[in-house]
Design a protein around this ligand. Structure first.
Ligand SMILES: NC(=O)c1ccc[n+]([C@@H]2O[C@H](COP(=O)([O-])OP(=O)(O)OC[C@H]3O[C@@H](n4cnc5c(N)ncnc54)[C@H](OP(=O)(O)O)[C@@H]3O)[C@@H](O)[C@H]2O)c1
Length: 323
């Protein structure tokens, strides 16, 4: 896969050291802003990337790559993905896919017209632990309750309170606890249960953005609580409760560090083939793009669309306007 990385911020700097372990991926270009051009060029030199850009339109004219990985602030995902598809590139897009469900539908239509890959980079769906947790949750009797708590006090919250609004807390840039952190819980639950019947979101709102909140998903005979907080902390854990036993996921729902299956006894498990949380997803993306596995792409898009529908309903419920 010949790749251009769109963005040179936190997640890109975490991702790039992994590239040496993914020999099927060649990074051909990187894009940053003019204001951080020096940093982008430093990254370019460090990883031996052929080209760096500060202009998305110029970047997309290059024939050196056929896929883009979009890792810019949330409010730019839709516009950048659209430009990339129009330029004939396959698109891997960071979470949350878009700010609005309709935007994702628009991208889906465009990708289908051009027979291009459009897929969301969402770690948990690709981790081996996730597949194992899914299987385990089918063997604990009738499912009743799922509770996911991803609460992590954000270093950016201090700046936010002092009046410096970084993208992860900026309503204009699609920030907030739901979009930034609780979204991993939503992906986990949608992967297990699909589309809920009812969605409610009760949020703590400061400066028009949710700094924490509780999302309730009603699946009829199964009730789900997803907690996401950037303004407070608690043990990060998720539990899946069935009539005969439970599954406890230790750690955040984007890494699924390990899990326990509890009946009368507790059994602990951890299945990983790489310590980096992004390894499995990018290995799979590279295969999918190489094989033009459009059935898989379609399946993942159906999943992402349900997540976007939940997000849209939740934000409206809490009166949060993004973008
Ligand atoms: N951080 C994580 O752990 C993490 C994990 C998973 C997913 N993600 C997702 O990845 C995306 C990026 O997050 P991040 O934490 O890496 O953000 P970040 O550190 O703020 O980096 C964002 C990058 O986008 C660039 N950018 C901002 N505005 C731009 C524009 N108008 N045109 C072109 N480039 C622009 C930034 O340049 P400047 O630095 O010059 O502003 C920077 O290179 C988000 O969608 C986030 O949800 C992040």
């Amino acid at each position: 896969m010949k790749l251009a990385i769109i963005g040179s911020g936190k997640i890109v700097q975490e991702f790039l050291p992994l590239i040496k372990d993914l020999p099927d991926i060649q990074v051909k270009a990187i894009l940053g802003t003019k204001r951080s051009q020096e940093r982008t060029e430093k990254i370019q030199a460090q990883y031996g990337i052929e080209a760096s850009y500060t202009d998305i339109d110029e970047c997309l004219q290059s024939a050196a790559f056929t896929t883009v990985y979009i890792a810019v602030p949330n409010h730019l995902h839709y516009a950048f993905a659209k430009k990339a598809l129009e330029a004939g590139k396959d698109v891997i897009c960071e979470k949350p896919f878009t700010l609005k469900h309709a935007e994702l539908l628009d991208l889906e239509r465009l990708a289908a017209e051009k027979n291009l890959v459009l897929i969301e980079a969402i770690t948990n769906q690709y981790l081996i632990n996730y597949q194992k947790i899914k299987k385990a949750s089918e063997n604990i009797g009738k499912l009743k309750i799922i509770e996911c708590n991803y609460s992590q006090y954000s270093s950016r919250y201090e700046a936010f309170k002092a009046g410096t609004i970084l993208p992860a807390f900026d309503p204009k840039k699609g920030g907030g606890a739901l979009m930034d952190i609780n979204i991993y819980n939503i992906h986990l639950v949608v992967g297990l249960l699909g589309k809920p019947r009812h969605v409610r979101y009760f949020a703590n709102i400061e400066r028009n953005i949710d700094t924490s909140g509780v999302l309730i998903l009603d699946y009829g005979e199964i009730k789900v609580v997803c907690i996401g907080a950037k303004d407070s902390e608690a043990p990060i854990r998720s539990t899946i409760q069935g009539t005969e036993g439970s599954v406890v996921i230790n750690g955040p729902t984007n890494t699924l560090d390990s899990y326990s299956i509890i009946f009368d006894d507790v059994e602990n498990f951890d299945h990983k083939d790489h310590p980096h949380r992004m390894y499995d997803e990018f290995k799979r993306f590279s295969q999918v793009i190489n094989d033009r596995d459009m059935d898989f792409v379609k399946k993942q898009l159906e999943h992402s669309k349900i997540v976007m529908e939940i997000v849209e309903t939740a934000l409206a419920d809490a009166g949060i306007i993004l973008g």
